[in-house]
Design a protein around this ligand. Structure first.
Ligand SMILES: Cc1cc2nc3c(=O)[nH]c(=O)nc-3n(C[C@H](O)[C@H](O)[C@H](O)COP(=O)(O)OP(=O)(O)OC[C@H]3O[C@@H](n4cnc5c(N)ncnc54)[C@H](O)[C@@H]3O)c2cc1C
Length: 543
């Protein structure tokens, strides 16, 4: 076998997956048909859940250094300022990163690409996947190499992180139903001065559509995106100079574009693959789902796909779990993609619709409604959980098991376990729970009771246990997220709750893990005894 996992595509999704595998000691090969990292910014928004994952990977500080925190969004109607939505610390009780970070996709890719060196890995550029053959114990992949020759490699698994035109998806014969939006979009990286509120997102709504100004790194740098005016549609050779008078007409005469370093027009599709897996091949990121950029979800969703699959592949490749664990990737991520497609589609139609009524709604009503609703705490929190992806849950997953007893409102199996600041020793300091969790293992959080003796043995490196002592601060923090005592939560490596209940019975954790296909020392021992017993029943001639 040449590699445990062949990662096809060195975009954000492939880089995240390769990092997650590398840090878990898995031999992954990552290839990309381009000659080097993408130079265009494309996605701009890094959501809180992605920053939480970056933090565990050790790259959050670098991202925060390079990016800009989105402190607010300004809504403009027909050139007039209408409202400001404060975004600064909208999710301050939900995540250690209670904001959206403006950081271009190219910077994200550079940070993750450089981080690969820590695991002795690097993207093999100019290397294109051209063929796939699924064999009983592996996949044979044909790679076109930089000199034009082809070579065949064998990998236990193949991860298709190869974008909207995925070769992995096509070679597996997986369909990609959906359609293209009729509108043509533009994106421009500019140097500009004008009425825009500096350092903040500026949303310009007008009768015929919208455009957005995102602040970028550097003085007066703005990413502008929007819909191409009708008169310019149907042509592939539109220039920014032809478009800019229209933007100026809407955003005000004071707007001056000094430079445009990148301009592109493109069609947006909304599609989801009919399945995310064919035997030993997986689809992640844009290879699995593409949708409108409304809400800045595209890149982030690919990164979450990779975080979901990474730990599962690592456990299976290392022999710590049955291959059945991999079924949960599709079961968990397909519903997320479908929901995302539906919500971004609805939001998108609202801002692009050409009808007279939609134009009135956009310019007269939308900004005011949004600004009013966002003065209330609950809708603010709901909006943050949705956009930041911290609200994604896998409650219907085969890996989610809820024992009776926990009250309504307490975190459920499948939820991302809430971010808490707790004392881990009665007289110790208050610490950030997320910094204590080891995301290369399962984490058992035991509340209001001692850890049962004998639970950890047999689980070796698979489990870390955290006993939360009784303490006034802890009681208050746990009450905030409606966790009563006694309670226990077994978190999967990705921080989602696998098993939850009140009193921790002996063997509960081991039983949950074995039922989910995780090979604990106990189950390995039982399996080897079973194998020995069945071998002793075989006739001598069977060898
Ligand atoms: C113009 C534009 C603007 C966008 N703006 C936003 C935005 O504002 N917000 C947002 O969230 N999203 C945005 N997106 C979407 C976002 O860029 C994608 O969601 C994101 O790039 C997905 O990452 P990925 O790694 O899954 O795929 P990609 O970034 O497409 O990476 C796939 C990689 O696979 C490689 N590859 C393809 N085929 C092969 C093969 N056969 N062999 C080897 N390698 C192969 C490609 O070279 C590429 O490097 C935008 C996209 C575009 C095009």
């Amino acid at each position: 076998m040449d590699a445990d996992v062949l990662v096809v595509g060195g975009g954000p999704t492939g880089l995240m997956l390769a990092n997650q595998l590398g840090r878990r000691g898995i031999r992954a090969t990552i290839v990309d048909r381009h000659s080097g990292p993408a130079q265009q910014t494309r996605a701009m928004a890094v959501q809180a859940r992605t920053l939480e994952i970056y933090s565990r990977l050790g790259i959050a500080e670098r991202a925060l250094e390079l990016g800009r925190r989105g402190t607010g969004a300004n809504m403009w109607s027909e050139g007039k300022w209408a409202a400001r939505i404060p975004l600064g610390d909208i999710g301050k009780s939900i995540s250690p990163f209670p904001f959206v970070l403006m950081l271009g996709q190219d910077d994200n890719e550079r940070i993750m690409g450089e981080h690969l060196r820590n695991w002795g890995m690097a993207v093999q550029w100019n290397t294109e996947l051209t063929g796939l053959r699924q064999e009983p114990g592996h996949v044979s992949a044909t790679l076109k190499q930089p000199d034009g020759s082809s070579r065949e490699v064998q990998a236990a698994y193949v991860a298709g992180c190869d974008g909207g035109h995925s070769a992995v998806r096509e070679l597996c014969g997986i369909t990609f139903p959906g359609a293209a939006y009729e509108h043509v979009f533009f994106v421009a990286d500019t140097e500009a001065t004008g009425p825009m509120v500096a350092e903040e997102l500026n949303v310009y709504l007008w009768r015929e559509g919208f455009h957005l100004f995102f602040p970028m790194r550097g003085k007066d740098r703005w990413r502008v995106i929007g819909i191409l005016p009708k008169k310019l549609q149907g042509r592939d050779d539109v220039t920014f100079e032809e478009l800019s008078p229209d933007i100026r007409r809407e955003a005000g005469a004071n707007l001056v574009f000094k430079e445009c370093s990148w301009f592109s027009i493109y069609h947006i599709h909304h599609r989801a693959a009919e399945k995310f897996r064919d035997r030993r091949c997986f689809l992640l990121g844009d290879a699995a789902h593409v949708h409108s950029p409304a809400g800045g979800q595209g890149m982030n969703t690919g990164l979450q796909d990779a975080y979901n699959l990474g730990w599962k592949l690592a456990l299976v490749v290392k022999g710590h779990a049955d291959a059945a664990l991999l079924d949960s990737y599709e079961a968990e991520r397909i519903p997320v993609a479908r929901r995302l497609l539906a919500t971004t589609d609805r939001a998108f139609m609202l801002v692009v619709s050409d009808t007279w009524l939609a134009g009135i709604f956009r310019t007269r009503i939308l900004a005011r409604i949004v600004a009013f609703v966002m003065t209330f705490e609950r809708p603010k929190q709901f909006a943050f959980r949705t956009v930041s992806q911290t609200g994604i849950a896998y409650r219907e997953s085969p890996l989610s098991k809820m024992l009776p007893g926990l009250p309504k409102g307490a975190p459920r199996a499948g939820d991302r376990f809430p971010w808490l600041r707790l004392k881990f020793q009665a007289s110790g300091p208050v610490e950030d729970l997320f910094q204590k969790l080891d995301d290369t293992r399962y984490n058992l959080i035991v509340i209001g009771q001692p850890a049962p003796p004998g639970e950890a043995p047999g689980l070796g490196d698979l489990l870390s246990t955290h006993v939360i002592p009784d303490d006034a601060h802890n009681a208050q923090e746990l009450a905030r997220v409606r966790i009563p005592g006694p309670a226990f939560y077994l978190l999967r490596p990705d921080g989602h709750v696998g098993l939850a209940g009140t009193r921790l019975e002996p063997d509960a954790v081991t039983r949950y893990l074995s039922d989910g296909g995780i090979r604990t020392a106990g189950s390995l021992h039982r399996a080897s005894i079973a194998r020995m017993k069945s071998a002793s029943r075989l006739p001598a001639s069977s060898g």
